[in-house]
Design a binder for this molecule. Sequence first.
Ligand code: ATP
Ligand code: MG
Length: 510
Amino acid sequence: MSPTDAPVESAAVALRDVSMAFGGKTVLASVSLDIAPGSVVALLGANGAGKSTLIKILSGVHTEHGGQVSVNGVPAALHSPLAARQLGIQTVHQRIGEGIVPGLSVAENLVFEELAQARGNPFRGGRRLLARAREIQSALDLGWSDAVLRRDVTELGISDRQLLILARALATRPRLLVLDEPTSALSAAEAERLFALVERMRSEGIAVLYVSHRLGEIDALADRLVVLRDGRLTEDQVKPFDWDSALRAMLAQAQETTTARPRRTGEQGEVVLSLRGVPLLAGHPPQDLDLRTGEVTGVVGLLGAGKTELARGLFGAEPFTGGAVELDGKPYEPRRPADAIRGGIHLVPEDRHTDALVPGWSVAQNISLPFLRSLSTVGLVSRSKEDALGRATIEQLGVVARDEHSPVEELSGGNQQKVVVGRWLAENPRVLILDEPFRGVDIGARRDIGRRARALAAEGAAVLVLSADVDEVLEIADRVVVLAAGEIRLDAYGEDAERDRVIQTISASV
Ligand SMILES: Nc1ncnc2c1ncn2[C@@H]1O[C@H](COP(=O)(O)OP(=O)(O)OP(=O)(O)O)[C@@H](O)[C@H]1O
Ligand SMILES: [Mg+2]
């Protein structure tokens, strides 16, 4: 080892020539990186670049790798997740399920670290366990009551589960905290809380490795950014960042960094769906809304604004409690999703990992899942049609997979997401509802999804995109609707839907 290759004494964690392959395919090639205490290092890369794989090496999940990891200058044996945690490396994984123990209560999950490391029950009784759980949650101001702490952890929603894992990781005062797309399941307000926390950790000398596809987040939080492309580190910058160069390194091509504005100025297509006097949230005033052909309507609002209720109501997953809806001028009252799909109304749901993919099935099978009927003749699915659909989606959205026969669980997080979004883009619906379609997908894929949504609108569909992220909505939508407490506070096209006005409307309603 030459002197310059030696790990820097002061690095909290140092990687040297780390490599990894799956079934002969190289996923990481000779990655070297020093992470200094009290620094926030952003790790960028397209979907499938190898970010989560690198993180799983640091967290003791993947042990069959090449190269060396040192902690505080000492070579470390990261042979299990517990070993990594004992060395002070705490990880919040991209998939929330990894880290939650179903069958245990919320409180037990919060103190799980201490339960796992001690022999027997270190708390000798529920009272102390509850007291410790309260202490751990207070670091994040979660404000969960004892009743919540006693519930089975599976009763928590996805963002609460993530906050639980974060609180638990912080309670151990880690040397390195690794966050793999931590905001993709959080609302804007929850994300703000996380950012404040990252600031605090930095000031306390904790090193943070941060993976995100949201460039604004990285710009605000990180001191340094590194880019991974096809398993190699291709860029290393300190603040202020040169985004042009970072994106080029990430995608191997120049990309615009500015967000496009909504394009429409109010010239209108025909009304496909019309809502009259529909309450979106119980106890809040009923709302009117028309969705038209040829346009992408972006609905933006904080968690609890009524976005998901709107989507689920239109899709028949949770029927509206009042008012009237018409589809192409005729009464439309879906009682279940099958009614909606029959009427040409499709929904890409928000909570994908849990309800949308069938593990063990190939990419092509997962894509054709909702269309089994149209692809089959007398009950037999046409394999060739299924494969063709799979290949088309892989190509359209740039899904990184060996081919359409790869098992879907071997895909990276963002690529799995493209499969779920992609299958609904393959059809020609009358109304397409996309609930948080951009979570975890890289900016190249975000534009691909946006382009496809626009093309469907141009072909005569009404497209509805729901998101908590203002910039994502402005990038894709012709028309912007701001929802707060179940009420439409702004409904504007083009120039009138400019960023400051949208943000002001949202913050005025908090
Ligand atoms: N268990 C596995 N078996 C086979 N291949 C895998 C497995 N896990 C990951 N891969 C492959 O390794 C590559 C890198 O995946 P990884 O999950 O590290 O990507 P990523 O950078 O985290 O992407 P994303 O932004 O989509 O989360 C991908 O091509 C993926 O298909
Ligand atoms: Mg990943």
